[in-house]
Design a protein around this ligand. Sequence first.
Ligand code: NAP
Length: 246
Amino acid sequence: MNDNTPHTTQHTTQRVIVIGGTSGVGFAVARAAADRGSDVVVASSNPERVDRAVQRLGGRAEGVTLDVADDTALAAFFSRIGEFDHLVYTAGEPLVLKPLADLTGAEARTFFERRFWGALLAAKHATPHLRSGGSITFTSGAFATRPAPGTSLGAGITAAVEGLTRALAVELAPLRVNAVRLGAIHTELWDSTVPDPEAFLRAQGSALPVQRVGTPDEAAAAYLHLLHNGYATGTVLTLDGGASLA
Ligand SMILES: NC(=O)c1ccc[n+]([C@@H]2O[C@H](COP(=O)([O-])OP(=O)(O)OC[C@H]3O[C@@H](n4cnc5c(N)ncnc54)[C@H](OP(=O)(O)O)[C@@H]3O)[C@@H](O)[C@H]2O)c1
């Protein structure tokens, strides 16, 4: 059998945009892409965080201050950036974990702003600038398929992101669109989510088959796989330490 089908995209200097790339998982993705020789652009809303991330990433990185809740700013960002190869979207705020009865309408709607509407509109504005062989990778979470009481917002958003991933993989083809479904990862996100992040993450980890939570670098490896495997589209890659089985 003649198997000349390319299984991976070419790696002549690629350009990778990471929205949410100034912290946690997104920063680890940016660093892994830069280590692989890509030019990276990290974007997020806090200018100090952007500066710090660019310094930590060194020579190959550019930083842009961008609030994904601002549709006009998103459109302007992609027009200014020009052509690139891969969009990774990890922007998100600390989780709202509450019983349905305690959720207000305003906070429920606001929570979709960054993680869902921002993702959808980033994809819309990015698409005209993505080169042939390019990809978009979104971020989902374990609550999409394994919710717990108090996670209705997180479960709703992650399931919505996974639906968006499949729809855009069909609509934007041959551009590839994927998502990583993350379980608990030890990042700065938890500092503003729970009072004692170390104890919380230790307890979360001990309940998992791997007996610990994940690292940003482990998460980044899943994104890099989806970026560079030319056969992956419409894929939701679960990286959760076995949470879906526990
Ligand atoms: N860590 C986990 O255990 C876990 C598990 C499942 C899913 N997730 C999801 O994975 C994604 C990344 O998580 P993480 O742990 O890496 O979080 P993180 O360390 O808090 O990073 C979040 C990033 O989003 C950016 N961001 C927040 N609001 C933004 C806005 N309005 N516009 C642009 N950028 C914005 C932040 O930068 P600025 O503050 O500068 O804007 C930061 O760079 C999030 O969506 C999170 O919900 C995380």
